[in-house]
Design a protein. Structure first.
Length: 273
């Protein structure tokens, strides 16, 4: 059983709470949507799942129904008492903390692999996904709800309008695709934007190119996309000389959105052989 809009409203009223704009809280209130997310994630008994931003437990309850072992993380201490009440009849482990600063290695030590399934707070979705891919290799798969425009950026291919730094960072470690779109009516409060569920699967080898220093690669990417309208020979002037572009096989008049993730790897290899 999960929570309806009426039940979520009653919980908030009973505990004298309201969604926090500062924390980017938009609570899911539609049982069909949360069960759909759980189905898309494909988890079940024997799987370990971490949920970030448990909120009032609507998605948490749907995940618990799958039989997977759930660790739910929530930053807002005002919600912890409500979550204790909502999750009382489940085996969910509730953790109080900021997902951007948790000791993930310690928290996830009990299992070698995990899935992240979450309705991520809008204000931390992009940095959180990128940081977890870079620093928490035990999270092998993510099925997360984010703003539609964020999902578009995370999964964007080279050459598209939304392709940029997050796209390259995700592609360096994983493959990503949008698996569902979600309208605003399933949230409380109702956001002014659409949302999407994105599936991110870590590459078996851990990255697009294990031999390339990701710090070097992302220095090039961030510098170039910082002036994305300029040609690479201008945006990377002072870092990359014309000879390096030739070695990598690229026209220095290219713009950053024209280079696929594999191209950034080749340019980094030429720059830092």
């Amino acid at each position: 059983m999960t929570l309806t809009r009426r039940q979520v409203t009653a919980l908030l009223d009973t505990h004298g709470l309201s969604p926090s704009r500062a924390l980017g809280q938009n609570f899911l209130v539609d049982p069909n949507t949360v069960r759909r997310i759980a189905r898309l994630a494909g988890v079940g008994p024997g799987d370990h799942v971490v949920e970030i931003g448990a909120g009032l437990g609507c998605l948490t309850l749907a995940l618990a129904e799958t039989g997977a072992r759930i660790t739910a993380v929530e930053l807002d201490r005002g919600l912890l008492g409500v979550l204790d009440e909502v999750l009382a009849d489940t085996d969910v482990e509730l953790v109080a903390g900021d997902a951007l600063g948790l000791d993930w290695a310690g928290l996830l030590a009990r299992a070698p692999t995990w899935s992240l399934i979450a309705n991520l707070p809008y204000n931390i979705a992009t940095p959180l996904v990128c940081d977890l891919l870079a620093d928490v290799p035990s999270i092998e798969r993510m099925t997360v709800m984010v703003q539609r425009e964020v999902a578009d950026r995370l999964a964007a291919p080279a050459g598209s309008r939304t392709y940029g730094i997050p796209s390259v960072k995700v592609a360096f470690h994983a493959t990503a695709r949008i698996v569902a779109t979600v309208g605003p009516d399933v949230f409380l409060p109702r956001p002014r934007v659409d949302s999407a569920v994105i599936e991110i699967v870590r590459r078996p080898e851990g990255s697009l190119a294990p031999d390339v220093d990701r710090t070097d690669l992302f220095e090039l990417v961030e510098t170039a996309f910082g002036q994305r309208r300029k040609m690479l020979r201008r945006s990377l002037a002072g870092l990359v000389d014309v000879g390096t572009f030739a070695t990598a096989g690229f026209d220095p008049s290219s713009r950053p959105e024209e280079l696929a993730p594999e191209d950034w790897v080749a340019l980094t290899r030429a720059w830092r052989p």
